[in-house]
Design a protein around this ligand. Sequence first.
Ligand code: ARG
Length: 470
Amino acid sequence: MSMMWAGRFSKEIDSRVNDFNSSIKFDARMYRSDITGSVAHAHMLGEQGIIDKSESEKITEGLWGILSDIDSGKLEIDPNAEDIHMFVEQVLTERLGDTGKRLHTSRSRNDQVATDLRHHLKYEEIPVIRTLLCDLTETIIGIAEQHYYTVMPGYTHLQRAQPVTFAHHILAYAQMLLRDLGRLDDCVKRMDEMPLGACALAGTTYPIDRNMTAASLNFGGVCQNSLDAVSDRDFCIELASAFSLIMMHLSRFSEEIVMWCSWEFKFIELDDAYSTGSSIMPQKKNPDVTELIRGKTGRVYGDLMTLLSMMKNLPLAYNKDMQEDKEAIFDACDTLKLCISTFTPMLATMTVLPDNMRRAAAKGFINATDCADYLVKKGLPFRSAYKATGSLVARCIELGTTLEELPIAEYKKYCDLFDDDVYDAISLDTCVMQRKSEGGPAPEAVAVQVERLKAALRALNDGYENKYRK
Ligand code: ARG
């Protein structure tokens, strides 16, 4: 019999069970981490005298050979293997005979898969997503720097509320992404403990040195409880949750872009290369990219839910249910990569239409708060100022005019504190320029925000480069 566990079994596995059980289709992508982990393990076995040093060296060489053969395409990963761990061990044994069979001493696929997955996420998935997120954040900052003076309406309840600038508005997303990056780094910090050496669940009687293996794999430490090491997937859940928040942020941004490029708003125009047409309506230019991102957000939430549900009633320690972790977390990784790498160039190539933004800001009485504040500055209590301004707005609506155009005589009917200087106080530019409070839309406040964002990004990347890059 060809199976790994041939000793105990007298029949070949049913081919349907074999297919059902197999995870090679989705865990093959971890081959680099699997082989790197096995090299570290074999080296430690040799150093500790658990296997002969000469054999450990042969195994190491054999493993590196397998890695380069997979990389070069010389060795194809067998889709009929049960999983990537079995596949690598099988090839090693084919190539080295009995020596290859010594690799799995003092190890189980349970600690192996938990180690591989953490290692793979830490080195091959998260860094890519991290870089994409940094690029996106920098792109947003770059656009913001061109629009310190582009006045647009700020909204609450999707009703025009108070004037802001386009820079101020989109930097809100840069702040969200900065926190998202921080969350990714937090996840990495906690997944940086190595499960290897927990073996099947209860450690081992061999004199292994887990810290030696962890150091060669560049893990920050080792999991302290062997049962916990092989049986939790909280690191996947935490990551999927961080991914879900990223998607939620992208989705909100996407929703705004969908609105902004509609004729109702026309605040922006997407580049032709990032829009699609209609098969029937010749005039259409659709923001499909942003709509798809909005749609795919649900998919990532689904991955998070898959992982949470998968874990909720599993007794310690390993259970096969947990094999489902990889499809969910890899789908989330792939979806994120796809979404961010399309969103960023779409954003970078869109045309901002400042005149339309300003026209929208000029309607809707978004300077009413400033009108009330004008009266407060002249000594009126805010509530009275609020009421007088409310009546003025009602009067403007009645006359079909704006606060800017209402004659001063009308103003005085509602409060004798009004004077000619009210027009300057309620001009859109004044409204924006005077909102200098920290975090506000005044260009000087936005410039401070941009400097801080850049510094925060630098700090995040410095910390990350030093600690987690291979
Ligand atoms: N392919 C398995 C997984 O992804 C590897 C671990 C198998 N362990 C076991 N005891 N059957 O979870």
